[in-house]
Design a protein around this ligand. Structure first.
Ligand SMILES: [Zn+2]
Length: 76
């Protein structure tokens, strides 16, 4: 349970990666966030309910999509 002020975003919120880091293991390539998400070095994520978010580096932009447009879409 988050005791931070202001509270960290929940695992299901859009800005869940902004939660504080509780444990960092760079030698193993992952960090545990306050909201229960395990964040990997390749930007993949493991959710507390067992769900998985595939790596989504900003550099992983589909071929043929202008970088500016892709960034705009991901923000919206
Ligand atoms: Zn917190």
């Amino acid at each position: 349970m988050c005791l931070h002020t202001p509270p960290c975003p929940s695992a299901r919120s859009l800005d869940h990666e902004a939660a504080r880091t509780l444990a960092s293991h760079p030698e193993q390539g992952w960090s545990l966030l306050c909201n229960g998400i395990v964040l990997f070095d390749d930007t993949g994520e493991l959710l507390p309910d067992g769900g998985v978010i595939a790596p989504h580096r900003p550099t992983d932009i589909p071929v043929g999509v202008p970088a500016g447009l892709a960034l705009h879409c991901s923000v919206a």
